[in-house]
Design a protein around this ligand. Structure first.
Ligand SMILES: Cc1cc2nc3c(=O)[nH]c(=O)nc-3n(C[C@H](O)[C@H](O)[C@H](O)COP(=O)(O)OP(=O)(O)OC[C@H]3O[C@@H](n4cnc5c(N)ncnc54)[C@H](O)[C@@H]3O)c2cc1C
Length: 495
């Protein structure tokens, strides 16, 4: 998908915009040739591309404020960008607009081992925080699989999660304070370094707002002690229903695993072939269930987990005996996406969340959709959170296959809503799922979201047309969801 404006219009406005921005930024902070801006044309959702007019690489908050003021004056759309690993097109440029990268604001400002906090600039990589905290026996808990590359600014904007978020929480649970610049030129500080703050909880509003409310310039994160020991149980099941039920039963037994992940047969087979993690390739599903803490606690929890998994019909159980074996068991899960990439020219990673009790039912319905769309789908996901990541395989060179993959994905998201879940878990809405927002929310709800956006960004220049659909878009999508028998947008024609 590629939106564009005429080259002449773009050339003129690019010249004007470059001149105005050069007045407030050093040359080294501005890219305006196509060869230089090409790497910014997409994020991790590479099927959607748009060349930016200009890319800005400010080096401090004052430059960000100055650049935003120029953009506001010229009415230039701004797309904030961290590392560009997002999977929903949140950092994809807007035609004729500016990409504002925070990659050069990459300093850890302060690390306080006593308060167990770190103050970091937005371009600091997720893993770099844990690396800096390691000498103090601490780490930053949210661990997206992209943590080697993705930035904390992007994590805040997407409310990112990871394998260990079941026990330790998502970004929103691990951030104390966010400082950001609005398009009005204001510096806003949300939250505080104390455990609670007075007034409305606007910090929670900002976290997950997908770069639409302000440009994050500083973040205070919580650090937690590194567990003394971690062990993982690997359980095989001959039936995906039993595996899905086992996930619900582990949690129902009062256990909160440090990670509870599920892989279906196809994903275990491809991962095993790729990294030889020791998976049972005949199993219909494999669960990885981790416990961490002090040795006595872990031993007891592993015993309880094993008991529940056996009662739920596990056909085989293996408990990691040492750290090397634990990492080997996880290596298949961590490499499942590239492993799928080895068997399909392209794949489309969906992200939806459902109540855990519906896991088995939803996986069966996804299997039926494979037949309907004639495309294979591997399931490897954060089962404990009910956060699905179906990987729909297709070949972009076969006419119509990408479109079928998109429809397959949209059907999965509608299914998530149908069973009481949501259309995203951790990858955001961006441009990818904007139509599915029309399915999930009523017009009144969407209007409330737009009102919040207007309160922070009255000019509407910050990441516009992402995440929150307009009435017009929902009407075009035309597949309004009927909830509780009530037809939303009943005044609009159906087509
Ligand atoms: C291989 C792979 C694995 C992944 N695994 C996971 C996973 O396990 N869990 C998970 O949650 N995600 C995962 N992701 C998705 C992605 O890494 C996360 O969404 C991440 O938080 C994006 O960070 P980023 O720095 O790359 O942000 P970008 O992609 O650059 O931007 C993402 C969004 O944040 C906004 N943004 C960026 N910086 C700022 C800022 N300073 N101020 C305001 N807005 C800003 C952008 O406008 C955009 O809307 C994965 C991606 C890949 C490619």
């Amino acid at each position: 998908m590629n939106a564009s404006i005429s080259p002449e219009t773009q050339a003129v406005s690019r010249r004007e915009a470059v001149a105005a921005l050069r007045a407030v930024l050093p040359d080294r902070c501005l890219l305006a040739n196509d060869e230089e801006t090409r790497p910014y044309e997409c994020d991790g959702l590479a099927a959607y591309r748009q060349m930016p007019m200009i890319v800005l690489l400010p080096e401090n908050e004052a430059q960000i404020m100055a650049a935003i003021a120029v953009c506001r004056q010229l009415n230039l759309p701004i797309v904030p960008r961290g590392a560009g690993t997002g999977l929903s097109g949140g950092a994809m440029p807007i035609a004729g607009g500016v990409v504002l990268s925070t990659a050069r604001l990459n300093r850890i400002v302060k690390l306080d081992p006593y308060a167990r906090t770190a103050v970091v600039q937005p371009g600091v990589r997720n893993l770099a925080i844990s690396e800096a905290a390691a000498p103090h026996g601490l780490y930053y808990a949210p661990d997206p699989s992209s943590q080697i590359a993705c930035t904390i600014g992007g994590n805040v904007a997407e409310n990112s999660g990871g394998v260990h978020c079941l026990k330790y929480g998502l970004t929103v649970h691990n951030v104390l304070r966010v400082r950001m610049v609005t398009t009005e030129g204001e510096i806003v500080e949300l939250g505080s370094e104390a455990l609670d703050g007075p007034g409305l909880d606007l910090l929670a509003v900002a976290i997950g707002s997908e770069g639409m409310l302000g440009v994050v310039t500083e973040v205070t994160v919580k650090l937690v002690p590194k567990p003394r020991v971690a062990r993982v149980v690997m359980a095989s099941f001959d039936d995906i229903v039993k595996a899905g039920d086992a996930v619900a039963n582990v949690i129902a037994a009062g256990i909160i695993p440090a990670g509870l992940e599920m892989m279906d047969r196809l994903s275990t087979q491809v991962a095993e072939e790729f990294v030889h993690a020791g998976y049972d390739t005949r199993a219909a599903a494999v669960l990885l269930c981790e416990s961490d803490g002090i040795p006595e606690e872990v031993e007891e929890e592993i015993a309880r987990m094993s008991e529940v998994l056996s009662e739920c019909g596990a056909t085989a159980l293996a408990v990691s005996r040492d750290e090397a074996e634990r990492l080997r068991f996880w290596s298949g899960r961590k490499n499942a996406f590239p492993a799928v990439g080895r068997i399909s020219p392209d794949y489309y990673c969906m992200d939806g969340t459902i109540p855990r009790k519906h896991l088995a039912h939803v996986l069966q319905r996804i299997e039926a959709m494979e037949q309907k769309y004639g495309l294979r789908c591997a399931n490897v996901f954060h089962a404990g959170d009910g956060n699905l990541h179906p990987l729909i395989m297709f070949d972009a060179n076969v006419p119509g296959e990408f479109h079928r993959a998109e429809q397959f994905g949209a059907d999965i998201l509608e299914l998530c809503v149908e069973v009481g879940g949501t259309i995203t878990g951790e990858h955001g809405v961006g441009i990818e799922k904007i139509n599915s927002m029309c399915v999930q929310f009523s017009r009144a709800e969407l209007d409330a979201f737009l009102a919040v956006k207007r309160a922070f960004d009255p000019a509407g220049i910050l990441n516009p047309d992402k995440a929150i659909p307009t009435l017009h878009r929902c009407a075009e999508y035309g597949r309004m969801h009927v909830r509780h028998g009530r037809m939303p947008f009943s005044n609009l024609p159906r087509f």
